[in-house]
Design a binder for this molecule. Structure first.
Ligand code: M6R
Length: 369
C-alpha cells in the first residue's frame, strides 16, 4: 500500500535508497568476487564477447545509455544501446560474440522480448536485467541480474530505473572482473562508492521541497527542455520523459553539445531549461563546457534550472534555481541527478490535478508490439 504517501509514485521515489541498497546486496561470493544471480552461460563465452547491445524501451533504455558509458570505460568493450522495437526490425549484426543485455522492469515488455528472441536466434548471448521474478524475459535469458526494487505500481518508472542503473554498473564490474580489465582493488573502490549512494539519494529526496515549490510555480509551463552531457544526457532524456508522461507537457531532452546544431533556436524569453551539471572535480572539460552552455542559453532569455553538485561555486552566477545533489564519482552521478527531475514531474502533475500513478493512455506493462 501507499504507506502514508500521496501516491504510489511518491512512495516509490522514497523507496529508492532501499532499492539501490537491495540491488547491491549479496552480489559477492565467499572470496569477494562479483556474481550474477542466475547464470546459464559459460564464462569463456563471456570473455570472448566483442560487442554489447543493450535492448530496452522507455526508461529502461535510458538506464542502458548510462550503462554504455560505464561499461565502455571499465571494460573497453563497444556498447550500443538500441530501442528494442528498432533493433528487432533492422536486421541487426549479431553473432556468438555479441552480448545482448535486455533491461526491463516488468520482464514482459513484448518489444524487448521479441528483440532478445531474435538475438538468441542469431547465436547471441543474452543477459537480462529484470525486476519481476518469474516473468518471461529472465526465463528465456542465458543469465539474469535481478534488480531488487520490489513491486513498482506507478506507471512512471522511478525506483526500477535507479535499480537498473545500479545493476548495469554491477554488470560492468562483473565483466571487468571476468576479463581482467580492472584490478580487484579498483572494482572494490567502485563498489564502495556504490554502497554510499543510498544515503546520498536519501539526501536528495530530503531536499525535495525546493523542487516541489519550483514545480508548483510552473503549473502553466507549456514546454520544458532538459540538457545533459555524458551520463547527464540520458538523465536529461529521462527527465523529459517523466514530464511528458505525468504532466502532459511538451518536454525534450538534448545532449548539450547539440544545442548549437539546432535546438538553441527554441530558446526565447522565459523558456525553462533544466541543466544537469557534471562534477567540477572531474579531470576533464565537461564541467566548464556545461557552464558555457548555461551562459549561452541564459543570454537568450532561458530560465535556467540547474542540477549541480554540492560545492560547485561556478553555477550560481548563471542559474535561476540550483537543485543541489551530493558529490559522487562522475559515472555514478545519474543515481542522484535524476531524482530531482522525477520529483519535479510528479509535483507538476499533482499541481495540475492529474493522476500521478495512472497517466492517461499508458499501461504499466506494454505486452503488445
Ligand atoms: O517493464 P519495462 O521496463 O520493460 O518497461 C519499459 C517501458 O515501457 C517503461 O520504462 C516506460 O517507459 C515507463 N512508463 C517510463 O516511466
Amino acid at each position: 500500500e501507499k504507506g502514508g504517501f500521496r501516491s504510489f509514485m511518491d512512495k516509490e521515489i522514497h523507496d529508492q535508497p532501499q532499492a539501490v541498497a537491495d540491488t547491491l546486496l549479496g552480489r559477492t561470493n565467499a572470496s569477494g568476487a562479483l556474481v550474477l544471480d542466475d547464470v546459464r552461460v559459460d564464462e569463456t563465452l563471456l570473455r570472448a564477447v566483442n560487442k554489447i547491445i543493450v535492448v530496452a524501451c522507455g526508461t529502461a533504455a535510458y538506464s542502458g545509455h548510462v550503462a554504455k558509458y560505464a561499461i565502455e570505460r571499465w571494460c573497453r568493450i563497444e556498447v550500443e544501446v538500441e530501442l528494442a522495437h528498432e533493433f528487432r526490425y533492422r536486421d541487426p549484426i549479431v553473432d556468438e560474440k555479441t552480448l545482448v543485455v535486455a533491461v526491463t522492469q516488468s520482464g514482459e515488455t513484448m518489444d524487448t522480448l521479441m528483440a532478445m528472441r531474435h538475438a538468441r536466434e542469431q547465436g547471441a548471448l543474452v543477459i537480462s536485467i529484470v525486476n519481476t521474478h518469474g516473468s518471461t524475459i529472465p526465463r528465456e535469458s542465458d543469465a539474469v541480474l535481478y534488480t531488487h526494487a520490489g513491486p513498482e505500481i506507478a506507471v512512471a518508472s522511478t525506483k526500477a530505473f535507479l535499480a537498473q542503473v545500479t545493476a548495469a554498473y554491477l554488470l560492468g564490474l562483473y565483466l571487468a572482473q571476468l576479463r581482467g580489465c580492472m584490478r580487484p582493488d579498483e572494482i572494490a573502490a567502485v563498489l564502495a562508492e556504490l554502497r554510499d549512494m543510498p544515503q546520498k539519494i536519501h539526501t536528495v529526496i530530503e531536499r525535495g521541497e525546493h523542487v516541489r515549490a519550483t514545480a508548483e510555480s510552473m503549473r502553466d509551463a507549456s514546454s520544458v527542455l532538459f540538457l545533459g552531457r555524458h551520463v547527464g544526457f540520458p538523465v536529461a532524456l529521462e527527465g523529459a520523459l517523466k514530464l511528458k508522461e505525468l504532466a502532459y507537457i511538451h518536454a525534450e531532452g538534448f545532449a548539450a553539445g547539440e544545442l548549437k546544431h539546432g535546438p538553441i533556436a527554441l530558446i526565447d524569453e522565459g523558456q525553462p531549461v533544466f541543466v544537469v551539471v557534471p562534477s567540477p572535480r572531474g579531470r576533464d572539460s565537461l564541467h566548464s563546457k556545461m557552464i558555457s552552455t548555461i551562459q549561452e542559453i541564459r543570454a537568450r532569455g532561458a530560465r535556467t534550472l540547474v542540477i549541480a553538485e554540492d560545492g560547485d561555486d561556478e553555477v550560481h552566477a548563471y542559474a535561476d534555481e540550483v537543485f543541489w545533489i551530493p558529490q559522487a564519482p562522475k559515472l555514478l552521478q545519474p543515481l542522484l541527478a535524476v531524482v530531482p527531475l522525477q520529483m519535479f514531474a510528479m509535483a507538476l502533475a499533482a499541481a495540475k490535478g492529474l493522476d500521478v500513478d495512472q497517466p492517461r493512455n499508458l499501461a504499466k506493462s506494454v505486452t503488445v508490439e
